[in-house]
Ligand binder design. Structure first.
Ligand SMILES: Cc1ncc(COP(=O)(O)O)c(C=O)c1O
Length: 396
């Protein structure tokens, strides 16, 4: 086994030679903390802090209601949505930015069911994120459909002409396993079903070419890898061919002309009709600004960096943690893994607490999971080494 000094020095040298090392400077990370939980809550960017201060002091504080009329806020959601669209390979106008992922999934599933009338089932994946399972069950019940939950690997065999919608996460929130976005979408289409994807744990960490994948609708989170801030607005993608799809919430902000205060509801063109109520301006300002952290960053370079970080973590786990009883719960193949790594140990909760007390922040996921987000915009190799070294120290 290599000496920790050598392991650290090699990581520090690789960090120093990294062409994307400057990106960390876009974040206001606290000194001395190894923040490995950006897949739960992305950290503060300098851009978001400045924009929110400006919004509070100038736009809200001084401009008051006039800031709507002056246009600072009217198309803010659309501008944030277009930044997200660029990140997930969606054409401008095909993404709405609003509400939470939960609410957007509710809207997307209703819209999806309406696209394929007369069918009897929604197929989803066992163990998917709780909100996805709860919302899928609710929408299915409301629309008179059954839900069939299957293991991800059994999806193709569960598809037949009774299936209306296939709904699943692109990257699994526990294992980080990447699902075959284009392949599963094509299999859904082959039986006449539509595919609705949850990109919460992929966008910003893993390349997503949503339009090329053929996906029908997708939703995702603003506060994880997009760093939009706690409770940031989420997003909803609708393939341009479904531009006439209907939102189940015909709110005034999804109207073609909200400020005409028209008698009848006339939906806005494209995804914008999936906005429901007034833009949450402070949160949207933070998200809109935070998305500049991706400016000029090639997504392929980011993915390469992310895979290197998680591979380093897997290698160090094999060498230093496996002998101490820690199990790897994420795929061993880098190409099959998203931006986080899940480990398993019976004392996971206590270990995550002890790590945090020492300045290494990860997540506990019941019953025995230790989850670490290695965000390719700002996590360093040295932080990965620190994590494994401190975890090994706690276990020894
Ligand atoms: C995969 C996945 N979907 C949805 C959500 C919930 O998102 P929101 O809180 O925006 O409703 C989460 C939150 O962690 C998630 O991990």
């Amino acid at each position: 086994m290599r000496d920790w000094r050598d392991v650290h020095d090699e990581a520090a040298a690789a960090d120093a030679a990294d062409p994307l090392r400057h990106l960390r400077g876009r974040f206001a990370l606290p000194e001395g903390v190894a923040y490995l939980d950006g897949n739960s809550l992305g950290p503060l960017t300098h851009a978001a802090r400045d924009a929110v201060r400006r919004c509070v002091d100038d736009e809200w504080g001084t401009g008051l209601i006039g800031s709507w009329a002056e246009g600072a806020w009217v198309d803010l959601a659309a501008r944030a949505a277009d930044r997200i669209a660029a990140l997930i390979g969606a054409p401008p106008g095909s993404v709405a930015c609003a509400d939470s992922t939960t609410v957007n999934l509710h809207k997307a599933l209703h819209a999806a069911v309406s696209l394929v009338p007369g069918r009897r089932r929604i197929v989803s994946v066992r163990g998917d994120f709780p909100t996805d399972r709860y919302v899928t069950a609710r929408v299915a019940a409301d629309r008179g459909l059954a839900v069939r939950q299957v293991d991800a690997g059994d999806l193709p065999g569960a598809l037949d002409e009774d299936v209306a919608v296939v709904a699943l996460s692109h990257v699994d929130f526990r294992s980080a396993r990447i699902a075959d976005l284009p392949g599963i979408t094509a299999a859904a289409h082959a039986v006449g079903a539509v595919a609705v994807w949850d990109l919460a744990h992929s966008a910003g960490a893993v390349p997503v070419d949503i339009a090329a994948s053929g996906a029908d609708l997708a939703v995702g989170c603003g506060y994880k890898y997009l760093n939009g801030g706690p409770g940031a607005p989420a997003y909803l993608y609708v393939a341009p061919r479904h531009a006439a799809a209907e939102s189940p919430i015909p709110g005034w902000f999804g109207h073609a002309d909200p400020f005409a205060f028209g008698e009848a509801y006339a939906p806005a063109a494209g995804a914008r009709r999936f906005e429901a109520g007034t833009t949450p301006v402070l949160g949207m300002t933070a998200l809109h600004a935070a998305l500049t952290a991706f400016d000029g960053v090639p997504i392929t370079g980011l993915r390469r960096r992310g895979m290197e970080l998680t591979s380093r973590m897997v290698d160090l786990t094999d060498a230093h943690l496996a002998p101490l009883g820690v199990a790897l719960r994420s795929p061993r193949e880098a190409a099959e893994r998203g931006g986080h790594v899940m480990l398993g140990h019976p004392r996971a909760q206590e270990l995550v607490g002890a790590l945090a007390a020492g300045g290494v922040v990860g997540d506990f996921r019941p019953p025995d999971g230790l989850r670490f987000g290695l965000a390719p915009l700002y996590t360093t190799r040295v932080e990965v080494v620190r994590l494994v070294r401190e975890l090994a120290g706690l276990l020894a």
